[in-house]
Design a protein around this ligand. Structure first.
Ligand code: FAD
Length: 321
């Protein structure tokens, strides 16, 4: 029996969440005594695949066929299940990312496995039952879920568990899956943004701003703060609705849910719909001129002040640090 870890890439580079899933798989292997294998789908260089060994996983199966060079939910789920069946896998681990959210239930259905999506802990194992913690209700509560099936699919929330380094030698094995034409029938248009900005779902630090910034012309200071911190930028819904910022920066209940280590909210009131997408961040810093702003209730640190005075000082202080 074995554990299979699906590692995601973007444009051929392993994502940060890939390292977290590898580290999770390795820890799970240490607990169960099962062998851990990673699975990469798409055009990922050998140099990138070597990095798998850094997180204690000794073997990578590489699927790099032309048909699968772009992400396709149905086809990727078929490949993951096929490899899992070949390896007699009991547990499939993947990230609960945008694509992982589509893959995990499909893989679970194909393997007749129990599904824990949004896991934020390693399981407690008691005989056949595994107990896993997961964030629910837009991160307002933590549910404890018991899995009783022998086969399990665990989709872990990005940034919820640290990737632990434990280097080993890694071997890469190429594999040609039997993908059905029906799985490949989706026509896709791949839009690649030419940007050197940090990807918001993957970011360790997010600088987010709201209507308190008054207008799009004032975003230069938000971008500068993000740049000096090595952060991604985000915004509240009204800001993207007004066209001040692109829609992919909108976080919250109806936007992206993010879980960075540091979320800095500037001129955002902290409405419940906004908090739904950001409250699982490890540390929240709020900058708002209204001391009664609801965001302060969930903040770890707060600055009551005018963003137009605070942000330039913050940028100068960080630059001088
Ligand atoms: P405002 O509520 O206008 O707050 C602006 C804040 O800036 C205030 O707290 C003010 O004190 C502060 N401020 C003003 N000037 C300054 C200054 N100079 N310096 C510092 N602070 C200043 N919202 C989301 O963000 N994401 C969602 O996904 C989302 N989904 C929704 C879904 C539904 C069904 C509904 C009904 C609403 C949703 N909303 C969502 C909207 C949400 O309810 C709020 O209206 C929105 O989050 C408010 O955005 P804001 O905080 O930027 O603006």
């Amino acid at each position: 029996m074995s554990i299979l870890v699906y590692i995601e890439n973007v444009e051929g580079e392993l994502k940060k969440s890939a390292y977290e899933t590898l580290s999770y798989g390795k820890a799970l292997g240490d607990m169960t005594g099962e062998e851990v294998t990673a699975l990469s789908i798409g055009n990922v260089s050998g140099e990138q695949l070597e990095k798998v060994g850094k997180y204690g996983v000794k073997k990578v199966i590489e699927v790099n066929t032309k048909d699968l060079s772009h992400f396709l939910n149905q086809a990727y789920a078929s490949v993951i299940s096929e490899v899992a069946k070949n390896l007699h896998t009991n547990t499939v681990v993947l990230a609960n990312s945008f694509s992982g959210k589509g893959l995990a239930p499909r893989v679970a259905a194909k393997l007749s496995a129990a599904l824990a999506d949004g896991a934020i802990s390693l399981p407690e194992i008691s005989g056949a039952a595994w107990t896993i913690k997961k964030a629910v209700f837009s991160n307002k509560a933590i549910a404890t879920e018991e899995l009783h099936e022998q086969k399990k699919v665990i989709a872990i929330t990005p940034n919820s568990l640290e990737a632990k380094v434990s280097p080993v030698e890694v071997t890469v094995e190429k594999y040609e899956p039997q993908v059905l034409p029906a799985d490949l029938s989706t026509i896709i248009k791949d839009i690649v943004r030419a940007t050197d900005k940090i990807s918001l779902p993957e970011a360790d630090i997010v600088v987010s701003a709201g209507r308190g910034m008054k207008g799009p012309e004032n975003w230069a200071m938000i971008e500068e703060l993000a740049q000096v911190l090595g952060a991604a930028t985000a915004c509240s819904k009204p800001v993207s609705d007004a066209g001040w910022r692109p829609h992919e920066e909108h976080v919250g209940q109806t936007g992206l849910a993010v879980t960075p280590n540091l979320y800095i909210a500037i001129g955002i009131s902290g409405a419940i719909q906004h908090l739904a997408g950001v409250s699982a961040s490890k540390t929240i810093v709020v900058i708002n001129k209204d001391p009664e702003a609801p965001f302060f209730k969930v903040a770890d640190y707060g600055i009551v002040g005018d963003a137009f005075e605070v942000i330039p000082q913050l940028i100068e202080a960080i630059k001088a640090y």
